[in-house]
Design a protein around this ligand. Sequence first.
Ligand SMILES: NC(=O)c1ccc[n+]([C@@H]2O[C@H](COP(=O)([O-])OP(=O)(O)OC[C@H]3O[C@@H](n4cnc5c(N)ncnc54)[C@H](O)[C@@H]3O)[C@@H](O)[C@H]2O)c1
Length: 364
Amino acid sequence: MRAPIRTAIAGVGNCASSLVQAISYCRVQGDAAVGVSFPTLGGYTPQDIEIVAGFDVDSRKVHRRIGEAVMAAPNCTQVFWDKLEDQTAPVHRGPDLDGVSAFMRNQPPEISFVPSEHPALSADQIVDELKKAEAEVLLIFLPVGSTRAVEFYAECALRAGCALVNGIPVFLASNPGWAKKFADAGLPLIGDDFKAQFGATVVHRTLAHLADLRGVKVDRTYQLNVGGNTDFMNMMDMDRLVMKRESKTEAVQTAMDNRLGDSDIRIGPSDYVPWLHDRKVAYIRLEGQLLGGARTSIEMRLEVEDSPNAAAMAITAIRCARIAREKGMSGAIHDASAFLFKHPPEQVDDPEAYDRLLAFAGDA
Ligand SMILES: NC(=O)c1ccc[n+]([C@@H]2O[C@H](COP(=O)([O-])OP(=O)(O)OC[C@H]3O[C@@H](n4cnc5c(N)ncnc54)[C@H](O)[C@@H]3O)[C@@H](O)[C@H]2O)c1
């Protein structure tokens, strides 16, 4: 058996919960585990991942074992595996920075973040904890809009010698400056913003591409998303949404032969519906023209449990970080990012991205 892929997580929210559950679930279920993308990749299975540290700010999560922290409020995702005794990594108290917005501080505690009274670790202390835990990968699952917090953890990863997997829409792998920093440090950087396993982005891209393939002229489109978790609550603060909108919109624009005008495409999180909890509903509409300008439109609704949808990609991206390290690759890893992320350093069609991922992993 190969050495476990020792991974730390910044942001122990719903996506981290699904990831931690998934690892323990796969350890027990093995080949019988349901819904695993890439059951083996480059010889690695999801159960080769070991979570060795977590960093959060919430009083209900810090200074607890990660197996307990992921079950604490305000996390509300579906519990598909509750036997988490093997998940003993400590959750440390990181700095708030811009992770907790003024808007979130004013929401009821059961649906928002409650910063812990414990003193936050400094950057030096976080680097020490990463080294002590022998973490080789740091995964970012911080709230949308946490630019300073993401950059803070990226600097910690560089200093601690960790590869970085960036699950959120703050641009690192797709930012040449950050890609160079990781290249100079000899460390892989994979991102940005997970393209969920069967999410609105990949479905929307597929529909738009299908229209192109069949010669349909797409005139306009929207994708409206609602959900009831803290991610959706946090995104009610429109000022934090700029990069999320850009990431989601570009993911669809780049799937089409011809870009739409800015006023003909509208994509983003649209509302917070408390009773949906971690369920997300996406409404996708495309309008266009068939032969001779004849009208057509398609309207569809996708419903998913939001967080396992991202965790499925996280268990793949973490394995890609190990494979990149084994291959001596550093900087932005294009071939591992295009299939797994909405805003990769290089956008390619999903079928080509799939082939590139397999070739990168040596599974082609
Ligand atoms: N669900 C998906 O399909 C999907 C897809 C792509 C990207 N994402 C992104 O992944 C991220 C995580 O999503 P989630 O649903 O787990 O969110 P969440 O709100 O459940 O979790 C965020 C966690 O970060 C913690 N946090 C806040 N500030 C922090 C700080 N400064 N340092 C450390 N921890 C801090 C919170 O306490 C919370 O535990 C979001 O940015 C989301 O948009 C999700």
